[in-house]
Design a protein around this ligand. Structure first.
Ligand SMILES: NC(=O)c1ccc[n+]([C@@H]2O[C@H](COP(=O)([O-])OP(=O)(O)OC[C@H]3O[C@@H](n4cnc5c(N)ncnc54)[C@H](OP(=O)(O)O)[C@@H]3O)[C@@H](O)[C@H]2O)c1
Length: 266
């Protein structure tokens, strides 16, 4: 395959970059501070990796991983990713990103919001429901009998098929979770978010990783949010479970939070 552009060299971007070079895929990696700040990562990744500007990473090939904080998305050129298949890892964490009323109200998913910013990109939500340390722990070559599945979602079926083929090379099966509007099923606070991967013995102990270990995603933040009440369609099947047909995890957290506030829960 052609070169993979990676915008964002943090926990998830660098984890995907490591999988890509291990699979023989050249990468161009960019961050906010410029290629001169990426020498350490380039040394680690080896000859298949090049540090570039955001524009160089976007232009490097047909596929781009977008792995930046949500607040950074609006700083990027809306035409930066025109025509590209974009694996969008972005999540919304109000504690980090500030409040976004349309997300709080469930009017749009995070993926729809990013797609709005890049209208001509072929956006596929991917690597957004797994914490960075689990990415190398759970990646397996094609044909292994203990592979893990990641949900993907997007409005362009061809882009989703291309993303699935790429993710297969990177080490994971995929489950088509539907359109970008359906992507709430594996957003933070959903039952298909990060804890489902803790069931895999390969990830045992990750939650207690010591100093110096990669930092897992921020924990879900509490204030209850109304999420897509009209979008509760049929379930999609994961290899190890099901995507939720409703926000069971969020419901539980909301209930617990409400009960805690009223002093009902020890
Ligand atoms: N960490 C996880 O386990 C995890 C799991 C799933 C999804 N996610 C989501 O994936 C996204 C990335 O998460 P992360 O944990 O990898 O974040 P991170 O470690 O904080 O890294 C963010 C990266 O984005 C870069 N960046 C920020 N603004 C940019 C801009 N305007 N242009 C280019 N690059 C920019 C940063 O550049 P600098 O290095 O120069 O600051 C950094 O390399 C987030 O939306 C997060 O919610 C994270």
């Amino acid at each position: 395959m052609s070169t993979l552009g990676i915008i964002g060299s943090g926990s998830i971007g660098s984890a995907v970059a490591r999988l890509a070079v291990a699979a023989g895929i050249p990468v161009v990696v960019a961050n906010s501070r410029g290629p001169q700040t990426l020498t350490g990562l380039m040394d680690e990744l080896g000859p298949l990796a090049t540090a570039g500007t955001v524009e160089q990473a976007a232009a490097a090939g047909d596929h781009v991983v977008l792995s930046v904080p949500l607040t950074a998305v609006e700083t990027l050129d809306p035409h930066l990713l025109d025509g590209k298949v974009v694996l969008d890892t972005t999540n919304y964490y109000p504690s980090r990103d500030g409040r976004v009323p349309r997300l709080d109200d469930g009017d749009v998913t995070c993926g729809e919001l990013v797609q709005e910013h890049f209208p001509a990109a072929r956006l596929v939500k991917a690597f957004s429901n797994i914490v960075a340390p689990h990415v190398p722990q759970l990646a397996r070559p094609s044909g292994a009998d203990d592979r893990t599945a990641l949900p993907i979602a997007g409005d362009d079926d061809t882009a989703k098929a291309e993303a699935a083929a790429l993710i297969d090379r990177l080490g994971f099966l995929t489950v088509d979770a539907g359109t970008l509007a359906d992507a709430w099923r594996f957003e933070p606070e959903s039952a298909a978010y990060t804890p489902i991967y803790l069931a895999d013995p390969s990830t045992a102990g990750t939650a207690d990783a010591g100093p110096g270990s990669p930092r897992p995603a921020l924990p879900p933040v509490a204030p209850p949010r109304r999420r897509h009440p009209g979008r509760r369609r049929g379930p999609a099947v994961l290899t190890t479970g099901r995507l939720p047909t409703e926000h069971a995890g969020e419901q539980t957290a909301r209930d617990r939070s409400a009960r805690r506030m009223s002093g009902d829960l020890a």
